[in-house]
Ligand binder design. Sequence first.
Ligand code: INI
Length: 157
Amino acid sequence: VSETVPNGKGLRIAIVVSRFNSAITERLLGGAKRALERAGVPSERMFVETVPGAFELPLAAKLAAASNRFDAVIALGAVIRGETDHYVYVCEAATHGLLRASLDTGIPVAFGVLTTDTEAQALARAGDALDGEHANKGADCAHAAIEMVHKLRRLRG
Ligand code: INI
């Protein structure tokens, strides 16, 4: 295991994932689960919940974070630019809402919402590899979530 993979043994992780652009988000989910497993989090300690779109992620993430059941939450989605401004509003809502879920609860919420111009750009960030630049955003989030659990424990003392 490379030094970029933190130790997730004993952690319980919630994953909230949107179904919009599911060809992408299922790949992000796969990357997150494989990275968690590699870090020592067995599948029985991963709890996956789906929501319709990225706009719905913040509420689901906040409730999971506030439940006292999980050490961290991973939020996964894919917002792809269309012909209208809708993209901008969904991106802003997801970004601000997920940040707030984390700040309001003190639980790490990893931001795994791809925001791209094209489906090809999104697919390129939802690949099979778990490491490397732009490999799989879900895997990145698994690493970030575990790292933040340990960092926050140290900061809290
Ligand atoms: N939701 C996404 O997750 N990705 C998108 O690209 C997207 N676009 O383009 O519209 C999207 N919209 C749905 C939105 O997240 C909500 O589910 C919907 O507005 C109902 O609240």
